[in-house]
Design a binder for this molecule. Structure first.
Ligand code: FE2
Length: 281
C-alpha cells in the first residue's frame, strides 16, 4: 500500500488576521447577545463570508483545478479560539515519523471531541458547509464518526518536521475535500503544490504558499499534489484540517488500508482502532 496518500496540509507565518472594525455601541442586552454570537463558530463563519464574492471565488476554484486559497478568512476571535485549542492540546500530540516521507505530530478528531468542542462545532458549521458546496459544486457530507481525519490538528514542532509530495487520496466511494485553516505559524514551512496534475489538457502549474493564521485553503484531495517543506530548529507551525466527503461509504479493504495508514502515519493504533481497544481514545 502507498503511504504517500493522505491528509495533511499547510503552513504559514504572520500575525493573526487583523481584528475587524469594532462594533458600534449597543444596548447592554444586545451587546451580550452579540458577544454570545461572536463565540459561536457558525457566527464567525457568517462574518467571514460576508465580504466574499463567492461567485468569483467559485470561478477561481474551477480555473485552478479544484483549489482555492484565501489568505485572510477567519475573523480574529475565531482564529484565537483555534490558537488556544492548539496550545491546550499540545500534551495530546501523537508524534509520527515515516523515513523519507513524513515527520510531525497529530491530534485526531476523537481527542478534539473530548477537549476542543469549538473545533468540532466549527467543522459542522452550516454556513461553512453551504459555502463549500457553492465553491465545490458538490453536496457535501460530514466524514463518518470513526474517521480520525474528519477534523484534526497537525503540528510541526521539531526541526525537519514535514510531509512529502502526496495527494489526500479519497478511500471513500465519493470525493474527499480538504479544508486547511492556518492556526499557528512561527515557521519557514511552505505548502508547495501542483495544480492540474490529473488534467491531461492543462500543463502542471506549481505554486507555493506560507499560509498565516486565519487563512483558508480548500481543494479536492485527489487532484492537488502537495507537500509541506521541513521546519527548522525552534520553529512551530500548527494547522487544522477539515475533511468533507460526497459519499461516506468505504469498502472494507479500503477501510483496512486507510486505518493502517492513519495508525502508522498519523494518530497511532489506539486512536484509530478505538473500538478494538474498548472505545478509549
Ligand atoms: Fe495532504
Amino acid at each position: 500500500m502507498s503511504l504517500q496518500a493522505e491528509q495533511e496540509q499547510v503552513v504559514a507565518p504572520r500575525a493573526p488576521a487583523p481584528a475587524r472594525a469594532p462594533a458600534p455601541a449597543r444596548a447592554p442586552a444586545l451587546a451580550r447577545a452579540s458577544r454570545a454570537a461572536a463565540g459561536e463558530p457558525d457566527g464567525a463563519i457568517g462574518r467571514a463570508l460576508q465580504p466574499l464574492n463567492t461567485a468569483r471565488l467559485r470561478d477561481d476554484y474551477q480555473s485552478q483545478g479544484s483549489f482555492l486559497y484565501l489568505a485572510d478568512f477567519l475573523p480574529a476571535d475565531a482564529t484565537q479560539q483555534l490558537i488556544d485549542a492548539a496550545n491546550a492540546l499540545l500534551p495530546e500530540v501523537n508524534r509520527n515519523y515515516l523515513p523519507g516521507h513524513k515527520a510531525g505530530g497529530s491530534v485526531s478528531r476523537h481527542t478534539i471531541d473530548r477537549l476542543a468542542p469549538y473545533i468540532a462545532e466549527l467543522y459542522r458549521s452550516p454556513q461553512l458547509i453551504a459555502w463549500l458546496e457553492k465553491i465545490t459544486g458538490d453536496r457535501l457530507q460530514l466524514s463518518p464518526e470513526d474517521d480520525p481525519h474528519a477534523y484534526a490538528l497537525y503540528y510541526y514542532t521539531r526541526a525537519g518536521d514535514h510531509i512529502g509530495w502526496h495527494y489526500d487520496t479519497s478511500y471513500y466511494d465519493g470525493r474527499r475535500y480538504t479544508v486547511l485553516l492556518g492556526v499557528i505559524d512561527e515557521s519557514s514551512c511552505k505548502l508547495d503544490y501542483e495544480l492540474h496534475t490529473k488534467d491531461p489538457n492543462k500543463a502542471d502549474e506549481p505554486g507555493s504558499v506560507q499560509y498565516p493564521p486565519g487563512a483558508l485553503i480548500v481543494f479536492d484531495g485527489d487532484k492537488l499534489r502537495h507537500r509541506v517543506t521541513p521546519s527548522l530548529e525552534g520553529e512551530v507551525r500548527v494547522s487544522l484540517t477539515l475533511e468533507y466527503v460526497t459519499n461516506p461509504n468505504m469498502r472494507p479493504w479500503r477501510r483496512f488500508i486507510s486505518n493502517m495508514k492513519d495508525a502508522i502515519a498519523y494518530f497511532g493504533f489506539r486512536q484509530v482502532f478505538r473500538k478494538a481497544f474498548g472505545g478509549k481514545a
